[in-house]
Ligand binder design. Structure first.
Ligand code: FAD
Length: 592
């Protein structure tokens, strides 16, 4: 493994005022996307009391933005086995086959439950659910709603179900509640969280919640880059929170860049409009600035090849033609069809001045999905007892080096269910008893500028992090670019002074820590695989890199990164033993 050149220090805490209020529940669910809502609803069915907290409003998060759909082998000519095969191919040798097996076999059941709950998917004229195809899928297995508003409909249905249990004293919901850090007992077991609430009355400012288990369902980290499809709440908080508490993160270098994000110019930053893969699924294709198609011959699925293949081909074509974008041609689909099938995309295109039935649409890859995250087992347990992770924040092993389109909503759904059942069963066995958080964890004073374990970055540095990550740790990387990014991030870390504090500064500090972890892993992985593309190591290297990089904070605060080869015998076998995902084994202490 390429040795690090620069150590990374991760603080144990974000500086925050001492908790001014306390509350308790059996389980704290952090986040209200498909993962958090599904977990909360299922936990209530199983009798646990729940506190559901979300950073802004309940319907804000990536889930509501999902366009294309949710994958499930429902068609007569399809099977979970075929879905498994397509998922493993997209993951380029790094999927955990047991996790994918759970996903594809339980997926259809969970999706049918979603329909029963009230989610209304698009149907054919004969009444059957309409299924389409997306990149990397060899069968029509993508359910969609409102044409291209699948996530909005799923979110609506889950929130309606939550509404139906309003008045249930067993569930409390707090909006504008940002989790800052985790509380742990003397043995390191997670038994609560510190939360900052913009509220009124007793629950306002920083408080402490005591519980028997915490489920992180905080979504992705898109805001770490200048340009992303992710909404503003995607600041990687859950991954950073888990990292600070000592949990293992895995596969962080595998970031998916979506190939067809509307290109609005270099100055356009933040969340950018996505043009779903489903548009190519319906026949749209890519052309370069000269109007030449370039995906045929690159892959047997041509324009519907897996995302990493398409993104890489676009980057190559942009370099060859000296431009910063290519075009998506969907003119032949016709206005009527496009407007009916993709109403939200059509509206967003027109808002930005493009007419899909007559204009070529400028597109370029932008950050879309974090395939890595908090490492979990098949029941969503992290390496810390009492801490679960679910949805995009987690690394269940389902995605490997690259996520197959429309598998992420499904992952949130399937694994949230598994987590709720695991917690309920453990409660039934008397496990996860109430614990007392260490006093020091529960009572941080105001910003400890002098304490290196609590300092914070100012929020004005967010764009510096995004710029450094995009230029050196983005869609195509090299040792040189990664070193430059690592150096810039280290410089920013050195400027953390703890002066500002508050939600913006906490989120910016989370982005910094994750940027450091991701860049470190990307530097070490000297090959190209899935979403990780190295210009200086353009080939896949199974001899050295058929395995996972895991990162964790050591007790002394230094980041430890270790390499874990895929065990050939484990393919198809049950995953690692519950609750004990292996800790890093080697000690090549860290970072660039
Ligand atoms: C534009 C777009 C299109 C997509 N299309 C598809 C698709 O077609 N099919 C598919 O399968 N996937 C798609 N994806 C990916 C998919 O939407 C996400 O991976 C998935 O919705 C993640 O769900 P989640 O529940 O893990 O997180 P999210 O839905 O992102 O929810 C995270 C929640 O956590 C909250 N939160 C975050 N930090 C904190 C904190 N510190 N304290 C409290 N709360 C916090 C947020 O406010 C939010 O409520 C798309 C993503 C985008 C952005």
């Amino acid at each position: 493994m390429t040795e690090p050149t620069r150590p990374v220090r991760i603080p144990r805490w974000l500086a925050a005022p001492a908790p001014g209020w306390t509350t308790s529940a059996d389980v704290v669910v952090v986040g209200s996307g498909i993962a958090g809502l599904t977990a909360a609803l299922r936990l209530r069915e199983r009798g646990a009391t729940v506190l559901l907290v979300t950073k802004t409003l309940l319907n804000e998060g990536s889930t509501a933005w999902a366009q294309g759909g949710i994958a499930a082998a429902l068609a007569d000519d399809d099977s979970p086995q075929e879905h498994l095969r397509d998922t493993l191919v997209a993951g380029v040798g790094l999927c955990d086959e047991a996790a994918v097996t759970a996903l594809v076999h339980e997926g259809p059941v969970r999706v049918r439950e979603l329909v029963t709950l009230g989610a209304s998917f698009d149907r054919r004229s004969d009444g059957a659910i309409s299924l389409t195809r997306e990149g990397g899928h060899h069968r029509d297995r993508i359910l969609h709603a409102g044409g291209d508003a699948t996530g909005k409909e799923i979110s609506r249905a889950l929130l309606a179900a939550l509404d139906r249990i309003q008045g249930d004293p067993g569930i409390e919901i707090i909006e504008h509640a940002l989790v800052v850090d985790l509380l742990q007992d003397a043995d390191g077991r997670v038994c609560g969280a510190t939360i900052h609430v913009i509220g009124e009355g007793e629950i306002d400012g920083v408080g402490a919640v005591h519980c028997r288990a915490v489920i992180l369902a905080t979504g992705g980290l898109g805001q770490i880059y200048s340009s992303t499809t992710n909404p503003p709440v995607a600041t990687g908080d859950g991954m950073a929170i888990a990292l600070r508490a000592g949990a293992v993160l895995a596969d962080t270098e595998f970031v998916q860049f979506h190939p067809t994000v509307l290109f609005l110019g270099d100055d356009s930053t933040g969340q950018q409009p996505l043009i779903s893969e489903a548009v190519r699924g319906e026949g749209a294709f890519l052309v370069d600035v000269h109007g030449e198609r370039f995906m045929q011959g690159v892959h047997e699925l041509a324009d519907l090849a897996p995302r990493d293949v398409v993104s890489r081909a676009i980057v190559r074509q942009m370099a060859a033609t000296g431009t910063d974008h290519v075009f998506l041609d969907c003119r032949h689909l016709g206005k009527d069809f496009f407007d009916k099938r993709f109403p939200s995309i059509a509206a967003s295109l027109r808002e930005n001045g493009f007419e899909p039935s007559t204009d070529l649409l400028p597109v370029a890859p932008a950050q879309h999905y974090a395939s890595g995250g908090v490492r979990t087992d098949l029941d969503g347990r992290s390496s810390l007892d009492g801490l679960y992770a679910c949805g995009e924040v987690s690394c269940t092993g389902v995605h490997g080096a690259n996520r197959l389109a429309s598998n992420s909503l499904l992952e949130g759904l399937v694994f949230a269910h598994r987590i709720a059942d695991d917690i309920a069963e453990r409660f039934g066995r008397g496990e996860l008893p109430t614990a007392v958080p260490l006093a020091s964890t529960a009572h941080r004073g105001a910003a400890h500028v002098e304490d290196p374990d609590t300092v914070l970055l100012r929020s004005s540095h967010r764009k510096d992090i995004q710029h450094a990550m995009t230029s050196g740790s983005g869609v195509v990387r090299s040792a040189e670019s990664l070193q430059a990014t690592a150096a810039r991030l280290a410089e920013l870390a050195a400027h953390a002074d703890g002066v500002e504090g508050g939600p913006k500064s906490w989120q910016t500090t989370n982005l910094l820590h994750l940027g450091q972890v991701l860049t470190d892993a990307a530097y070490r992985r000297t090959e190209t695989r899935g979403g990780h593309v190295r210009a200086d190591h353009p080939d896949r290297d199974d001899a050295h890199w058929l395995g996972h990089l895991r990162a964790a904070r050591r007790r002394d605060g230094m980041l430890e990164v270790s390499y874990h080869p895929v065990e050939p015998a484990s393919a198809g076998a049950p995953a690692a033993p519950a609750a004990t995902p292996a800790a890093p084994t080697s000690t090549p202490t860290t970072g660039l």
